[in-house]
Design a protein around this ligand. Sequence first.
Ligand SMILES: [Zn+2]
Length: 252
Amino acid sequence: MMILNTQGIVLKSVRYKENDLILTIFTKKLGKVSALAKGAKKNKSSLLPCSQIFSYSDYTLKKQKDMYNINQASCIKSFFDLAYDIEAFSYASYVSKIVENSIFENQTNNKLFYLFLNTLNLYTKKDVDKRYITRAFEIKYLDVMGFRPIINRCVSCGIMPKKLNHFSIIEGGTVCENCNDNSIKVDVTTIRLIEYILNNDITVCSKAKVSKYIVYELENITRKYLINYIDNLNLKSLYFLKDVKKGGYNFE
Ligand SMILES: [Zn+2]
């Protein structure tokens, strides 16, 4: 019988029988697993704080048949505050869905693990532009998944002009004036921002002051890029954000 300790973040928590919960956890050592939190719904269960959505915890897991049982857990950070902020909770649910659709059992992805964890952490902060952080997450996520856009030269012909202000989804990066068929014209600042996001930790990126217009341009690129490159992206989870009026989200 296998017993293993690992850190993890809860992606989904579903009630099972009277007092149990079945969790989908993004673990560091096992990738995505389903785990039974037996008795978690009971009063005073020590498993409860570690069984709620976005909870970041240390888990002791025991494998039984196709499922893991949570033997023990201790919460590192609950992210419970996210539940009180509809905008933050919606964005967190959105990135969580993207993460859930991108990971598998027995396939670790620590870069994605820490990107997700740091992003959740930023959503708890009052002074952070969550819409911009979600775009930064998407760009860094594309990089982690192997779809890093090329942005310091024309991705089509290779030249390095002074000014690159066209972005091609199909080519996967910036294109020059001569190669800009079917590309999106964007502000030079947007291109520089993508480069900045790719080269810096998301927590560092959160300190940049970015105008609404640039975030809008960024969103136009990341949305098309995600749809084009990530096959199993659950579009329903994207449309979920259409309902978030407070965040001014406009995901047509
Ligand atoms: Zn070119």
